[in-house]
Write a protein that binds this ligand. Structure first.
Ligand code: ADP
Ligand code: MG
Length: 701
């Protein structure tokens, strides 16, 4: 593969300098290797030609698949002027007719299509006025024998390429040229793995992914190439975590002492849930192992993560160390501090709050308290990782709402000691297991999958714009009972195209609708100090309504708030809706989440919103979200970039392959952590090839 990556694509037969430039610019394809790993994103079954009269039987949930029709064009007609010009035609096959529409290149298309030739068209029919229409189909003059072509790959190309007549078919042609030169490829997988899964040889897999001989061969090629991708990803992740734990070691917290026990027996105001107990056990075992802990704690909002964090910190203190907990915003840090300080003081531990707005004098006091070891638990924001903050002996660090912190910031925490502290990363964004394995492959994962007893699930309702007045009346009745309400908008700037309600305008309307109440106003582009001020108004109850964008998504705790109204809910992802909903239902009162949506939404959007009204289980929602949107858009994956870099594997669908690849990679790393045994040299070389070319995404904690 390395040799192929050094061959400039411009030398491939059929490319040349102009096309090479286009390929590089538009698709990032610069070498033979890049082209070879540009896989089709879809395959057309050329062997199947549908009848127009059968179309109405093919729809699934109101959506039609891409399909082929064979017939002739008639009745070309150009409508409209300038940018609105379009070409309409009738396409008929003897069983019926459909409408075909083009909006671009009207003239060229009309000149090239004839009424006396038979064509094959490929596209996705859409129902319109009790007829079907296809926009911009692929059109080929029919040649006998075409039906037997079987599967044909379709490649991603860009608008710019299309405008220069560089189509999917051009790529296919180039691929054929490339494959013709490719007689042998070095297979980096160990022979026993190839044997275990009866994999196609890499060469055959590459040929069949582009030019499948049969459906079965295509599936085998996909299996092999997905596995390859996931296997090397896991190998890389595990190699790092292994070498890190060997290199750095970790504090060994062997003992459960007075602080922990006192807290557990005398302070804890309620029994722990089974899930909390299990997770604390996992953390204890980890911190006692002699290796540095790097653990991700997932738990839905309200599942009681703070308590688990606190008890883990008590373990550190029992073993003679200090602990800290870092939150992404001042308000969150403040809230943690208010929870933790009284609990800690009951077992004789001094806690401190350190944020950007801590006054200088107090800050100096805290600095010296940390240095002397007098302060056991520090709660804070980024201020905690400044160089001036020096701990006597930091043994464990908790990071709350991990995805708001950058990689570099987290790494800074380790360097507070020569031996890195144990790290517990907490997130309320449930991540499907397969995604966690991929994105957080070098972290161990604990899950709190149970809410404390007696919670009333938030009642979620879907309402359309024409119910606005009723919804406002309902909010009014809640306010009257002394409750508070959030009203969330998707954006701050008006976006006519998407018909989003402007936040500012919404703010005005809300003020006018509820003249007797104070309305605060928060969005992401405000100055931090102003934002904190507005949030504080709501937290302390002097404002009853908060109009905001999703900046409130993370962690604010106002138990008195009982309504979450989400405007244009159709524009939010499921996980985001779930996060927003988690802001209410934190007190004893019944709480409500109202999803406001446009009347005109597609079936799949309606389905998405209905998922919200049917379940409050964050993991169910996360799985569904990933299924609907794909892993690349999932919260928490952006900064890692990994989900984007996958060419062929799909985290939402390939869970079993991920698990198998991870197990195999684990076995190899356990046996040979640095991949230096002779039999693993090929693996080491392939890893170097794959990961030295890209950014190194693996160090995420
Ligand atoms: P989150 O996981 O969202 O951070 P918190 O730690 O803030 O959740 O806990 C939410 C609320 O649940 C807090 O008021 C906390 O005191 C309470 N809580 C935590 N654990 C339990 C439990 N085992 N039984 C009853 N209430 C609990
Ligand atoms: Mg929390």
């Amino acid at each position: 593969m390395e040799e192929l990556s050094k061959l400039d694509i411009k030398y491939l037969h059929g490319v040349g300098p102009k096309r090479a430039e286009l390929l590089a610019q538009e698709l990032g394809i610069r070498s033979y290797y890049d082209l070879l790993y540009h896989f089709p994103f879809r395959y057309i079954d050329r062997s199947k030609i549908h009848k127009i009269s059968d179309l109405r039987h093919l729809s699934e949930n109101g959506e039609m698949p891409y399909l082929q029709l064979k017939g002739r064009f008639a009745a070309f007609a150009v409508h409209g002027e300038g940018a609105r010009r379009r070409l309409n035609a009738l396409f008929y096959d003897g069983t019926g007719s459909i409408d075909v529409v083009w909006f671009n290149k009207v003239k060229i298309i009309q000149e090239n299509l004839h009424t006396d030739i038979e064509y094959i068209i490929f596209g996705k029919p859409a129902p319109f006025n009790s007829r079907y229409s296809i926009t911009h189909p692929e059109v080929d003059a029919y040649k006998p024998g075409m039906e037997t072509q079987g599967l044909t790959g379709v490649y991603n190309i860009t608008e710019k390429m299309r405008n220069r007549s560089f189509t999917s078919r051009t790529i296919k042609q180039l691929m054929q040229n490339l494959l013709a030169t490719l007689h042998h490829v070095n297979d980096p997988l160990p022979p026993e793995i190839i044997a275990r899964y009866r994999f196609l040889a890499l060469h055959d897999a590459l040929v069949n992914i582009h030019l499948p001989a049969t459906v079965q061969m295509l599936q085998r090629a996909q299996f092999r190439l997905k596995y390859d991708e996931l296997f090397f990803l896991q190998l890389n992740l595990l190699r790092y975590s292994k070498s890190r734990s060997i290199k750095s070691g970790g504090f060994r917290f062997t003992h459960v002492g007075k602080h922990f026990n006192d807290f557990y027996h005398h302070v804890l105001p309620f029994p722990l849930t089974e899930a909390q107990k299990r997770v604390i056990k996992e953390i204890r075992a980890d911190m006692g192992s002699g290796r540095q802990m790097n653990r991700l704690l997932q738990g839905d909002v309200g599942s009681g993560k703070t308590l688990v964090a606190l008890m883990s910190m008590l373990l550190a203190i029992d073993n003679g160390y200090q602990a800290c907990i870092m939150a992404p915003t001042e308000i969150l840090a403040q809230q943690h501090y208010e929870t933790i300080r009284p609990l800690a003081s009951q077992v004789g531990i001094k806690a401190a709050l350190l944020t950007g707005s801590t006054p200088k004098k107090e800050r100096d006091l805290i600095h010296s308290g940390l240095l002397s070891g007098e302060i056991g638990i520090t709660v804070g924001t980024h201020a905690l990782i400044e160089d001036s903050v020096v701990f006597a002996q930091l043994g464990m660090a908790v990071i709350d709402e991990q995805h708001r912190f950058g990689v570099a910031q987290r790494a800074k925490l380790w360097n507070k000691n020569t031996v890195p502290p144990h790290i517990l990363v907490m997130t309320a964004t449930p991540i499907p297991r397969t995604l966690a394995m991929t994105v957080y492959g070098d972290l161990d994962v604990s899950v709190i999958d149970e809410l404390p007893p007696g919670r009333k699930p938030v009642q979620t309702i879907l309402r359309y714009d024409n119910h606005r007045q009723q919804v406002y009346r309902f909010i009014g009745s809640q306010l009257k009972e002394g409750r508070q309400a959030y009203i969330v908008y998707p954006l701050i700037q008006e976006n006519e195209k998407l018909d989003l309600r402007n936040l500012e305008e919404g703010y005005k309307i809300i003020q006018e609708t509820f003249p007797d109440y104070r309305v605060c106003f928060v969005h992401g582009k405000m100055k931090p100090s102003e934002k904190e001020y507005q949030m504080q108004l709501f937290v302390e109850g002097s404002a009853q309504i908060m109009v905001a964008t999703t900046v409130i998504e993370v962690g604010v705790n106002v138990p008195n708030a009982s309504v979450m109204l989400i405007e244009n809910a159709e524009r939010f992802g499921l996980s985001q809706l779930h996060q927003l909903r988690g802001r209410v239902g934190r007190g004893a009162e019944r709480s409500y989440c109202i999803l406001m949506s446009h009347m005109k939404i597609s079936g799949s959007t309606r389905h998405r919103l209905e998922v919200m009204t049917q379940t409050t289980d964050g993991f169910v929602i996360a799985e569904e979200d990933m299924r609907l949107r794909g892993p690349g858009d999932m919260e928490g994956t952006q900064q890692s970039g990994i989900a984007f870099n996958l060419h062929i594997a799909d985290i939402a669908k390939d869970g079993q392959i991920i698990q198998a690849a991870r197990d195999d990679a684990m076995r190899i790393i356990e046996d040979d952590p640095s991949l230096s045994k002779p039999k693993n040299l090929k693996l080491a070389r392939q890893l170097h090839f794959l990961y030295s070319r890209n950014h190194d995404w693996s160090r995420i904690s």
